[in-house]
Design a protein around this ligand. Sequence first.
Ligand SMILES: NC(=O)C1=CN([C@@H]2O[C@H](COP(=O)(O)OP(=O)(O)OC[C@H]3O[C@@H](n4cnc5c(N)ncnc54)[C@H](OP(=O)(O)O)[C@@H]3O)[C@@H](O)[C@H]2O)C=CC1
Ligand SMILES: N[C@@H](CC(=O)OP(=O)(O)O)C(=O)O
Length: 350
Amino acid sequence: MRVAIVGATGAVGHELMAVLEKSQQEGKLKFDELQLYASPRSAGSKLTFAGKELTVQVTPDGPIDADVILASAGGSVSKALAHKWIQNGAVVIDNSSAFRYDADVPLVVPEVNGEAALRHKGIIANPNCTTAIAVVAVAPIHRKYGVKRMIVSTYQATSGAGQKGMDELLEQTHVVLHGGEASHKEFVHPIPFNVIPHIDVFQDNGYTKEEMKVQWETQKIIGDDSLKISCTAVRIPTLRTHSEAITLDLAKPATPAEIRELLSTAAGVEVRDDPEGKLYPMPLTATRKYDVEVGRIRESLVFDGGIDLFVSGDQLLKGAALNAVQIAEYLQAHGALGGAVSPQLSAVSP
Ligand SMILES: NC(=O)C1=CN([C@@H]2O[C@H](COP(=O)(O)OP(=O)(O)OC[C@H]3O[C@@H](n4cnc5c(N)ncnc54)[C@H](OP(=O)(O)O)[C@@H]3O)[C@@H](O)[C@H]2O)C=CC1
Ligand SMILES: N[C@@H](CC(=O)OP(=O)(O)O)C(=O)O
């Protein structure tokens, strides 16, 4: 069983290495070989995996001889090359948005629709990070109570813009703290001490593409096009982990206690909800955690029987690297990848 990472030197690639190492140690994903690829500028550089140095190679523009390819090199690279990589039978799990809306490409969050991954035709798409984090918390509620409408406001970390996004936050904060004026390159405005309600490009309807992705992708993952979602996506000056305030209008009324109980056994969720004890989701506590923190669960004052909640999830993990590895684990556990069938599946109950 051979695994390849394309984009190994990036922010998501770095997390893929860490998650793969843990998964292998815990016997969840069984593999014998790891190949690392990035752009020509990184060719020859060394990265450590499980105590061994591996050499980064130039990403091929032909087949990759691996069983599964975890791609995180951006949409244009995937769009141009993914179909060539799979010519020798590999499956690509792609972190970019290149194929998410293609009818024959499953868009998968294993806790929600893992079985869709088994119907792939060589490419499986990993969702947008904001969507993945929301859907882990909302899908169990939708299954039991039916979500009719959903209003989301996001608080997205700079790592959503990759390693360069985090670097810009740190460098420009340093500039401001030393009396200078912050500049910007990765973001539309200076990010230190600011919040920016503009992620990705504006669409004709006044929403940004990031905001529309939450509607398009949630509908595809949950399998319900009638679910209406209005999202405002905002960049904030944190390093990693996206947070979201979510309001749900439900078909069947629910109480906060019922939602708390439902989510307490939901896969991929940690209920962190004790306002008296100052316990609620935050990037500080959710960072590097596999589960999405959910809290501030309360009755909606707008929708009768509706619910308000707050989530924080490490988007480099559940929004990207972890979700991709969990898809590979799911495929292997169902005999749909090379190598031995794993009896255990990390924290995922399909
Ligand atoms: N950051 C996030 O929160 C999330 C990101 N994603 C998606 O994952 C992908 C990667 O994001 P992220 O890790 O943040 O980005 P980074 O900018 O941190 O990393 C990009 C990676 O792609 C490689 N790369 C760039 N150009 C090429 C090329 N022409 N050929 C081969 N490799 C190339 C880079 O290699 P090198 O170092 O050599 O330049 C690097 O390894 C994107 O599609 C993004 O949309 C998805 C969900 C969440
Ligand atoms: N757009 C997200 C990160 C991302 O890469 O999203 P997508 O995979 O949908 O392009 C953010 O900036 O926080």
